[in-house]
Design a protein around this ligand. Structure first.
Ligand SMILES: [Zn+2]
Length: 139
């Protein structure tokens, strides 16, 4: 009995934010490491939550095969920012992953403070392009 109580306390401490991933397709519980449901193949819509820059407080669902970020019309996200190149960065859906790529920008693309030419995004990654920052979220 005492052992059970101790385990219970430890477990509740480790799972601090009580986020349980539930499949949006079959409603079964998904393990946190799954990027898609292994029962039915359902994958959560990924999104960018902008936290800094002209798009701050806005959310973009990454539903397209390719999402582009740049300073001119024709990009999915148009940022009126002199530090942003005409075609600055792109996010491409590759199966259940999202690949961020620098499209030859002048000032680079940063993820979690590091300049990257290309990166498979993970939930919680912070992307910076010019003066804009966005958090990549998957659930
Ligand atoms: Zn499912």
């Amino acid at each position: 009995m005492l052992v059970l109580v101790v385990i219970g306390v430890v477990a509740s401490k480790n799972s601090a934010p009580k986020v349980q991933k539930v499949c949006g397709g079959c409603r079964r519980t998904m393990l946190p490491v799954w990027t898609k449901c292994l029962f039915c193949g359902w994958a959560p819509v990924a999104r960018l939550e902008f936290i800094l820059g002209p798009m701050a407080n806005q959310t973009l669902n990454l539903t397209d095969e390719v999402t582009t970020i740049g300073s001119v019309a024709g990009n999915t996200v148009v940022l009126a920012d002199p530090a942003v190149s005409r075609k600055h960065a792109g996010i491409r859906k590759v199966e259940s992953n999202y690949e961020l790529a620098d499209l030859g920008s002048t000032n680079g693309v940063y993820v979690n403070g590091q300049k990257v030419p290309k990166k498979t995004l993970e939930a919680g990654d912070i992307i910076r392009v010019g003066n804009t920052e966005a958090v990549f979220k998957r659930e």
